[in-house]
Design a protein around this ligand. Structure first.
Ligand code: GLN
Length: 318
């Protein structure tokens, strides 16, 4: 028993050390100050039971399920749940690297994610920063093709996909989604002089989409495989429209607005093709992270943070 205690104490010390290291110079960690640890991600109001120093207590040692579990397996981890109290929710989670929340995105989707110089900014980035701060983690962003995001999440290369990504039954087969934080509407962009006035006029036309998006699927399902022209980036599909290679582009409303603003001679049709929910995609095995992110999202909705981030990037007259 004595040995066990010692071991757990060592683990706790290691956890603290890692927390201190992880805490260096990160804005996210500063905001998470009350959690008191960059590793032990606390999602509620700082329950003392989750602190590493509890590891040395008899109960922790007896059942072998002390607070050291996070550090034991060497993977980055958070143990927000109270092991001893039989908490109803599983809020224990791991992250790809310790102390870090790795977000997979495709940074060509303004205003959700886009480059400003060398920096990726946007709604999703700010929301992810706020979530990471709540979890006591540092945010790291990995930019990749849109259709690689879910694979990265499934293969454990990223903790969450956050990319203006819509929840669909098909995607739910391979990943879990958190609660939704925003709405996306599939809209149709055409040239100003186009004779296409609504969805019915799209029959037999060529429609540009971004590969692997819900727009891509919708066009294939409603107009047939031959109608769709897939591009790696939404901006490339819009360029193809401008050059007359496609007759229309189907894409989410906010990027559509941003493309139409920056490209002359294009307009968005009034008709809405589909209304969708955006959420973060997380690996199926990591339901603890889903629960922790859901908790963070609920708090950020409640205190108005998410709304103010949306308002910052989406002006009321748009
Ligand atoms: N909302 C769309 C989807 O989930 C497009 C997302 C994107 O291109 N980043 O497929």
């Amino acid at each position: 028993m004595k040995k066990m205690r010692k071991f757990l104490a060592a683990v706790a010390a290691g956890t603290l050390m890692a927390a201190m290291l992880a805490g260096c110079g990160s804005e996210a960690d500063d905001k998470a100050g009350s959690a008191g640890s960059g590793v032990n991600a606390e999602i509620s109001d700082g329950d003392a039971d989750t602190k590493p120093d509890d590891a040395g207590s008899d109960t922790a040692a007896d059942d072998g399920a002390g607070a050291g579990t996070a550090a034991d397996d060497g993977a980055g981890a958070g143990t927000a749940a109270d092991d001893g109290a039989g908490d109803k929710r599983n809020t224990e989670f791991t992250t790809v690297s310790e102390g870090v929340l790795t977000m997979a995105t495709n940074a060509y989707f303004p205003p959700y994610e886009y480059y400003e110089g060398n920096e990726i900014v946007g709604i999703d980035v700010e929301i992810a920063e706020a979530i990471a701060a709540k979890l006591g983690l540092e945010l790291k962003i990995e930019d990749m093709e849109f259709d690689s995001i879910l694979i990265a999440v499934q293969q454990g290369k990223a903790d969450m996909g956050l990319a203006g990504m819509s929840v669909t039954p098909d995607r739910l087969k391979s990943v879990n989604f958190t609660d939704t934080y925003a709405t996306g509407i599939q809209v149709v962009i055409v040239t100003e002089d186009s004779d296409i006035q609504g969805i019915d006029d799209l029959d037999g036309k060529k429609v540009g989409v971004q590969l692997g998006t819900t727009g891509d699927t919708l066009v294939k399902e409603s107009l047939g495989e031959d109608s769709v022209d897939q591009y790696n980036k939404g901006a490339d599909a819009v360029m193809a429209l401008k050059q007359g290679k496609v007759d229309a582009v189907i894409i989410d409303n906010q990027p559509a607005l941003s493309y139409v603003k920056s490209t002359e001679g294009l307009k968005i049709l009034e008709t809405e093709f589909a209304v969708e929910d955006y959420a973060a995609a997380i690996a199926k095995e990591n339901d603890g992270l889903v629960a922790a992110v859901n908790d963070a999202v609920a708090q950020l909705k409640e205190d108005g943070t998410i709304q103010s981030i949306l308002d910052k990037y989406i002006k009321a007259d748009e």
